[in-house]
Design a protein around this ligand. Sequence first.
Ligand SMILES: Nc1ncnc2c1ncn2[C@@H]1O[C@H](COP(=O)(O)OP(=O)(O)O)[C@@H](O)[C@H]1O
Ligand SMILES: [Mg+2]
Length: 461
Amino acid sequence: MAKRRLPPTRPPRPIRFDLGRLLPGQAEFWRVLETDEARYVAVVTGIRGGKTMIGARRALREATRRGGLGWIVAPTYTMANTPHRLFEDVLNQHPGMVADQRDHPYPYWRLATAKAPEIEVHTAEYPDRLRGPGLSWVWCDELAIADYEAWRILMGRVLDTGGVIFLTTTPKGRNWVYQEFIGNPSGRHKLITWKTEDNIYLPREEVQELKRRWGPGTVWERQELGGEFVAFEGLVFPEFDPTVHVAEPPKDAQWVEFQAGLDFGHNDPTALVILGKTKQGMWWIVHELYESRLSALEMVRDVAALCRQFHVQRIWADQSRPEFIKEFQRMGAPVLASRPCSPKSLGFPRISVLLKEGTLRVAPHCRNVITEFGLYSYKRKRGTDSVKPGDEVEDRFDHAMDALHYMLWSVAPGSFDSLDWTTADPDEQDRLRLLQLKYQRNPGEPLDRPRPRVVGRYVAD
Ligand SMILES: Nc1ncnc2c1ncn2[C@@H]1O[C@H](COP(=O)(O)OP(=O)(O)O)[C@@H](O)[C@H]1O
Ligand SMILES: [Mg+2]
């Protein structure tokens, strides 16, 4: 097909790029494209890292340098607004540059520079619609959330023109962007990454505040602020999203009842999570206790004090530690053995469902609950990166999660009433039966740990 070339309506003018002070990563990105070092270039950073801004400038540079038709692509129509607006800002910095412009059916510009380049904005909702003749360059913003198919088709469109395709995006787990640029890159691929906090143009305190809220080192924080490709597949609760599930309970909440879950620890922390249920049917994690090395006495004292403070009516505790439970009961604390759950993962869907419905929320000061939601994961298969739900869970970052699980597993779904086994939801009974078959075990049966032998006054294992 003949190259589209329309006569410029204004005399071509040279353009000078005033890039101001670029961040080191932005400068590296500029250099890689300027020297044609790579054809597939990805800038992957934390949110507000400064990638769309540099992408927009580079789009104009590629347009004037290469001529022909270039595309700006975003995953959805609304998400296209950002690169559209930033590109327009860049154009406005060069008055008289636009020779022709339309907004329908998609934003379009023709520039008054020597090669009369054309630029269009498109979205990737329907990857098939991205097919067509060759493009001189493509800039994809935040495309990580789109299908790999979109990227594959776009790559094809710069193939015969010798064009470039560059991607500016926040990572989304180890999805196709990771596969493409880290898992299976070619000599033509180049990945540039940096963190949100490397953007010196952002107010530092705000970034630190966000980091605190999301929990430094949580998978979520590492992805959204660190720009890292984190392994999300292994997370037990991938639904947990701090922007949705972390919130202050409303001041006028009408509380129905408070109950708690308790996981005993010594070297590992003892974790208590207190949940309140509101009249509207929301579950709020309103408080946590998370302390290592508490003596039995301290544990009882602290737990009892918190329970008085929140009027907790029942505490569901690890049923494999009857001696602790007895101790609490002697002190008058309303501690009960949690309903047995084996394997543990049997109870996860309960929590997942609440997260998906958005009916389970965590108060922001419950740092350890939030952190564990972001880290609690399934065990990796030895020597591989593969994790599959249903496999064993890691016994790390599981203390507050266990406490939460004891509580939610012991009460009837959707209510604080302790579960009557015979009236459990039929679906759940089916699942239980299947799992019993699989694990050859009755969930009501005690753990198949040998009963302790009593030898004199000592208990031998
Ligand atoms: N080199 C720079 N000079 C001045 N401000 C910058 C620079 N790079 C980024 N910024 C500013 O940082 C903020 C985030 O940039 P943006 O490109 O929107 O981030 P992202 O697309 O990574 O979320 C914007 O306010 C932008 O103006
Ligand atoms: Mg952006």
